[in-house]
Design a protein around this ligand. Structure first.
Ligand code: GTB
Length: 228
């Protein structure tokens, strides 16, 4: 059971975890929106959660801005605690429940380093690619800019690929660092860039093979799968 340990005879109720996600993800069920990484973390540590869908209109309205100052998803609620930023949410989950962080404080610090590397070193050029494609696709210079942005992704993935080598995970056991890195890398697949790095493609596939990832993916698919 997920009951909080009773203390001094008080039987506390389990606190329901509520996350927000797109009412309907623009990716049609590919699991690329950032609620998937939070779902995955919760599945890895075995915590049940509920999802509050947010419509495109509601995202930027006062009600949601109380939960997320920038009007984005995901958010995380647990009792009085409200969090935003997928990295901070996954970190909180990993700190609170066993399964995503190692015991050794140095190894844990390195896992957190990989989480930051995922969101602040690897993810930015990947986000730029989406910007060129979708937000700037109709600009006259979009075609010229595309190879530059792709090049920046390739630069990062080349060095990440070298570092990973033949290892199963980035630093020993699977950790929240791998969860974040794999979630970020998944967004390069449709561009074909991931396939240029067979060890990274295999690393991502190992992540997707984890039962917790499969449950997270299936849960978002149930909401987002659209009849084409
Ligand atoms: N740094 C924040 C975090 O990590 O939590 C970024 C949050 C963020 O950008 N959320 C996006 C959002 O709410 C959803 S994930 N966007 C709404 C808006 O900008 O108004 C980004 C995303 C969107 C769509 C796809 N897709 O369709 O493939 C993939 C990823």
């Amino acid at each position: 059971s997920n009951l909080v340990r009773p203390r001094k005879g008080i039987r506390r109720q389990p606190m329901t975890i509520v996350i927000t996600a797109f009412e309907l993800s623009p990716d049609g069920g590919k699991g690329l929106a950032r609620d998937t990484r939070v779902r995955w973390a919760l599945e890895e540590v075995g915590q049940p959660y509920e999802v509050r869908p947010i419509s495109f209109e509601a995202k930027k309205q006062a009600g949601h801005l109380k939960f997320h100052p920038f009007g984005l998803i995901p958010t995380y609620e647990e009792g009085d605690l409200v969090l935003f930023e997928s990295g901070a949410i996954v970190l909180h989950i990993a700190e609170k429940h066993p399964g995503l962080f190692p015991e050794d404080p140095d190894v844990r610090a390195r896992a957190i380093t990989w989480m930051f590397a995922a969101v602040s070193t690897v993810e930015p050029p990947i986000l730029e690619l989406a910007t060129v494609k979708f937000a700037e696709g109709d600009k006259p210079w979009a075609a010229e800019r595309m190879p530059l942005v792709r090049g920046r992704i390739v630069d990062r993935l080349t060095l990440l690929s070298d570092r990973l080598g033949d290892s199963e995970w980035l630093d020993g056991e699977f950790s929240a660092g791998d969860l974040m890195m794999i979630s970020v890398l998944l967004r390069t697949r449709s561009s074909g860039i991931l396939d240029e790095f067979p060890n990274l493609a295999a690393y991502v596939a190992r992540g997707e093979e984890r039962p917790a990832y499969k449950r997270a993916f299936a849960a978002q698919l149930k909401i987002n799968a659209t009849v084409q």
